[in-house]
Structure formats: structure tokens, C-alpha cells
Design a protein around this ligand. Structure first.
Ligand SMILES: [Zn+2]
Length: 216
């Protein structure tokens, strides 16, 4: 019995934490949207792998331009003669984070290859696969990229809706407990401190509050 009450309490707390996290996400998306009107920020993780005869550069990260947030992944293979691309290769470097910054309006345009109607819904993606070798595993220059995009308004809308739903759920789930703690009828909210066994308003039989749930 006690386990059931404890798990109810844990559920309440998890829901409260979830509501709080989505509220924080809402604030973060709003700040990012405002910020991206003035500057482009991107957080990027690079790796550089050296294999016999070639380098493989991988970049993944997230950034935002004025309209949308993008999650991207680039992979570039520089063949045995990387002279054209040698500026991209840093000897001894294996990987690390970097923060990139540029003024708004100068962003990479992120052209989409997704259907236009998805663009109206605030979603987009782009994927490219280019190079001079026949297959990814043979040597030579090759590049592929994937970008997933979501418009600022959609990110904000989703996080706001999630926050509202979680908050509403928490409110509904904890209402009887909160009423009981304040000496009110769990069912209708009538003050039953004078009549602690039966609610005079709705007739509900009041069970004693000696449960972990009511104390919590
Ligand atoms: Zn009542």
C-alpha cells in the first residue's frame, strides 16, 4: 500500500520536473529566436580521423539563423592528395568543441531538399552527397551532409504546448492531495475542518489523511 502511495508521489515529482524542464526549454527557444535576429550562433563538435592515404573530417552541431534552428552533420573525406582541401586538416587534432559566431543575415542559406509544404509547417531537411569517388569507401574526395531544421515558431509552440499540458496534468493529479492537506474536501474543495468525516457539501465520505500521499 505504501509503495503505491510512494510511486504516486514520484509520479507527481517527475511530472513537476518535466513541466519545469519544458518551461525552461520554452524560455531558451524564445531567447534563441530573439538572439538569432542579431547573430548566428552554432555549437559544433569536430573530429578528424587519419587513415592510411586519407583524412576523414566529421562535424556535427546545432545552430540557428533568423528563421530556424538547424541540427547538422557533415562528413568529408580528403583523399591521398588533399592539397585542395589541406587548409581543413589540422595535424595532431583528433576532436573538440567549438563555438562559431557570425552576424545575422550572413548565414549559410540552408537550402532545403524537403517538400515545400513541410516548410510551411516549419520543418525542413537537406541532404547532400557529392564527391569524385564512386563509393564512400574508396579513396578520393567525398562529402556528405545532413541538416534537420525546425522553424523557431514551431519549436516555441511545441515547448509551450508541452509545458501547458504537463502543468495541467500536474495540477489535476495533485489537486485532491493539495485539497486534503488544506483541510478541504478532496472531491469538491469544501472546507471540512469542522466535519472531518463527511463532506456536508457533496456527501463524500472522508478517509483519514494518514497516508504517505496526503503528507507528501
Ligand atoms: Zn465535498
Amino acid at each position: 500500500m505504501r509503495d503505491i502511495h510512494m510511486s504516486t508521489r514520484v509520479r507527481h515529482q517527475l511530472l513537476a520536473v518535466f513541466a519545469l524542464l519544458s518551461a525552461l526549454a520554452t524560455i531558451a527557444f524564445l531567447v534563441l529566436w530573439i538572439r538569432s535576429q542579431f547573430a548566428i550562433d552554432a555549437l559544433v563538435y569536430h573530429t578528424q580521423i587519419s587513415i592510411p592515404g586519407a583524412y576523414i573530417l566529421r562535424t556535427c552541431g546545432a545552430g540557428a539563423d533568423r528563421r530556424r534552428i538547424g541540427l547538422f552533420f557533415y562528413e568529408e573525406r580528403l583523399g591521398s592528395d588533399p592539397s585542395i582541401h589541406v587548409h581543413d586538416v589540422h595535424p595532431g587534432f583528433t576532436g573538440g568543441w567549438s563555438y562559431q559566431h557570425q552576424p545575422a543575415g550572413t548565414a549559410r542559406p540552408w537550402p532545403t531538399t524537403s517538400p515545400r509544404w513541410l516548410g510551411y509547417l516549419g520543418i525542413g531537411w537537406q541532404s547532400t552527397n557529392a564527391g569524385d569517388s564512386v563509393s564512400w569507401t574508396s579513396l578520393g574526395y567525398r562529402k556528405r551532409s545532413m541538416v534537420l531544421m525546425i522553424d523557431h515558431w514551431l519549436a516555441l509552440f511545441i515547448s509551450l504546448a508541452t509545458t501547458a499540458a504537463a502543468w495541467r496534468g500536474w495540477n489535476r493529479m495533485t489537486l485532491p492531495t493539495r485539497r486534503a492537506r488544506r483541510g478541504l474536501c478532496m472531491k469538491c474543495g469544501y472546507d471540512i475542518r469542522a466535519t472531518p468525516n463527511r463532506c456536508p457539501e457533496c456527501g463524500a465520505t472522508v478517509t483519514p489523511l494518514a497516508t504517505a500521499d496526503a503528507r507528501g
